[in-house]
Write a protein that binds this ligand. Structure first.
Ligand code: PRX
Length: 635
């Protein structure tokens, strides 16, 4: 019996049980039957909780790129691996077959080797969403170099900080990048970043925008001529199962970003497995994840997951609003996309637009639609279900993190009955638990607690680059013996999980624990409201009270703001209860967001508390200019 694909609910429960009772057999069989290895493993896993040390497929030898490309060539050589949709819809899309991808990755691997990049070296990739980004990552993995992709929207200081932390000796970048109606000067950001880096010897530059850039003699090289001379074959490096595959930075609640280290075999096995099951990927499907590859979602579900399954993945250079807010729906229609995976923040912004942008496109190819990155509020869930999925596509609300490597809690389409705002059930191999403040496991239903995972899984990050103590401290110290996610969640009577928000987004008001996410859900259902962020602020009597920052759909239309405030609170009261009322409401033009679309609540919390002198690191903010008016108009 194969465990790779779950076909029905009964089988889900059977596989789940097997994965908990006999994890070695479960993962051993999946790894053996669905991937190619140079040499098998001695042990499926080993771990030491005390040391926070986790190993999977010990002594197994493999190369993930052989699994993503080489093994497909005989059967799928001419099949499209990557569809590249440029920012400008008038520029033709590009379809890269598996054969072509093989040749392009091999050439790039040979260029890297010629430039002196060796197994174990760290390579920074700072590229827009163009094929060279995917090809560079695969080329690194092919030769055993560790890729550290930095989202090409980070500022030069954030880039230099990450390059220095990882000690990269090579950077792959481009002259510029297209984003909506703008051209981003990528190379000049790298130039500035490298002024404070001394480990980088080589900078390889892709020509994307034909921009005039500064090229430093001896260090900077145009990639194209080097690729033109490179041989289109390359023997993939033999990697140990636990050799690092990549570093990906994620912001911590304080201080330096954390360089999460993912290793080769466990990441490969579980990313491939979850992609197949969560999206019900079938051989000729076209899969589209709208994330940027610079985030974990892009690593696992634009690149590795689809290619490990011999799939066709869409790589989209643009933004949802260019040239108009119908772009997502246009791309789905154009390529007849079968699985579409996006973030609630994108849905909320598109919901505020005229229906004609969705309804004028044929979305009938869609079979599964997914959500990731933050809790999906009820209104957005229904809009997604009604207008995009046309009530026939299951919504997979996938919960996971940069640290987890792959999806851990999610419905399985056509198998798990969905429930708005619930990520539903853990995937096989994942053992979530909810913990109370006294570190006891919560067994009751509908009680909010700290979400932990009590058993290791193959794709988990193994450490923080150069800082194993911080890894131990952040993830394994609060609840000894368990991985602490930093999220709060509750479980319903059938065992479905609902993520209620980050641990630090819970506010205790008059002794009541209030998750801010469900309050925002309620507010966002008000027809006048586009988006909201609720944070706690100190209150002399209640301990804490709630402060709501709210953006309106049509700024001018609601002149009676005081009345609207009353309506909002009545709305919350009727959805959650009077305890959840907002003490203060401020209407703002837009909310401060990170480049990945997350609202930066930390700053909003400081402003609500009157602490406006020092905001710490705001380098990931995409719109720092909104802060001044928020502070000025504070309630
Ligand atoms: O709070 C959870 C939220 O995003 C956090 C992880 O962020 P990041 O490492 O940037 O990875 C995002 C993409 C996997 C989580 O701790 N989150 C992610 N997915 C969901 C979610 N919150 C609620 N529902 C989700 N489906």
């Amino acid at each position: 019996m194969s465990y790779y694909k779950i076909e029905n609910l009964e089988q889900y429960f059977k596989h789940y049980k097997k994965s908990v009772r006999e994890p070695r057999k479960f993962w051993g069989k999946i790894a053996e039957e669905n991937f190619v290895w140079y040499q098998g493993w001695d042990k499926v896993f080993d771990f030491n909780m005390e040391e926070s040390k986790f190993e999977w497929f010990l002594n197994g030898k493999l190369n993930i790129v052989k699994n993503c490309i080489d093994r497909h060539l005989a059967k799928r050589g001419d099949k499209t691996a990557i569809i590249f949709e440029p920012n400008n819809p008038d520029e033709p899309a590009l379809e890269i077959s598996y054969n072509e991808l093989y040749n392009r990755v091999c050439k790039m691997a040979n260029v890297l080797k010629e430039q002196g990049v060796k197994k174990g070296d760290r390579v920074c990739i700072y590229l827009p969403m163009i094929p060279e980004l995917a090809i560079s990552m695969l080329a690194c993995a092919r030769i055993g170099a560790v890729h550290s992709v930095i989202f090409a929207g980070f500022s030069s200081s954030a880039v230099s900080n990450r390059i220095n932390d990882a000690g990269c000796n090579c950077v792959i970048t481009s002259d510029g990048g297209f984003r909506g109606s703008r051209v981003i000067e990528i190379k000049s950001i790298i130039d500035e970043a490298l002024e404070s880096c001394n480990t980088v010897e080589t900078v390889l530059v892709v020509n994307r925008t034909n921009s005039v850039v500064n090229m430093m003699e001896g260090r900077d090289k145009w990639l194209e001529p080097l690729l033109n001379q490179a041989i289109p074959n390359n023997v993939a490096q033999v990697m140990d199962a636990e050799d690092p595959l990549f570093i990906l930075y994620t912001s911590g609640s304080t201080g330096q970003p954390k360089g999460m280290v993912h290793t080769t075999a466990g990441y490969m096995v579980q990313t491939g497995y979850t992609f197949k099951n969560v999206f019900d990927y079938q051989e000729n499907d076209i899969f589209w994840c709208t994330a940027d590859i610079g985030w974990i979602t892009g690593h696992s579900y634009i690149l590795y997951g689809p290619l490990l399954n011999g799939g066709t993945t869409v790589l989209f250079e643009g933004v949802p609003s260019f040239p108009n807010p119908g772009r997502f729906w246009d791309v789905i229609d154009k390529f007849k996309v079968n699985q579409f995976y996006t973030a609630p923040t994108a849905l909320r912004s598109l919901m505020a637009e005229d229906y004609k942008f969705v309804n004028s496109h044929d979305l009938s190819s869609l079979r599964v639609i997914g959500s990731v990155g933050e809790p999906i509020n009820e209104e957005a869930w229904h809009w997604y279900n009604d207008h995009v999925g046309k009530k026939k596509c299951p919504i997979v609300d996938t919960w996971w993190q940069t640290e987890t490597g792959c999806i851990l809690i999610s419905p399985l389409p056509f198998i798990t009955p969905t429930k708005p705002t619930y990520a539903t059930l853990p995937l096989p191999g994942i053992q979530p638990v909810l913990m109370d403040d006294k570190r006891n496991e919560i067994l009751d239903n509908q009680v909010d607690g700290s979400l932990c995972i009590k058993f290791p899984w193959p794709a988990m990050a193994r450490t923080i680059w150069n800082n194993h103590d911080r890894y131990k401290e952040t993830y394994f110290s609060q609840f000894p013996g368990k991985y602490f996610t930093g999220d709060r969640a509750l479980r319903d009577e059938v065992g479905y999980y609902r993520i209620t928000g980050r641990e630090d987004d819970v506010v205790i008001v008059s002794g009541h624990n209030l998750g801010t996410a469900p309050i925002e859900d309620a507010i966002n259902e008000h027809p006048a409201i586009a988006e909201s962020a609720v944070v706690g602020f100190k209150h002399p009597i209640k301990g804490n009270d709630l402060y709501g920052y709210i953006t309106l759909k049509m700024q001018g239309e609601y002149r009676d703001r005081e009345n609207l405030k009353k309506e909002i609170n009545e709305h919350i009261s009727s959805h959650i209860g009077p305890i959840a009322k907002l003490g203060k409401i401020q209407f703002v033009e837009s909310l401060p967001k990170t480049r990945s679309g997350k609202i930066m609540r930390r700053i909003l919390r400081s402003i609500a508390n009157g602490e406006t002198k020092e905001f710490g690191d705001i380098s990931t903010l995409i719109n720092p200019e909104v802060l001044d008016s928020i502070i000025k108009n504070k309630e």
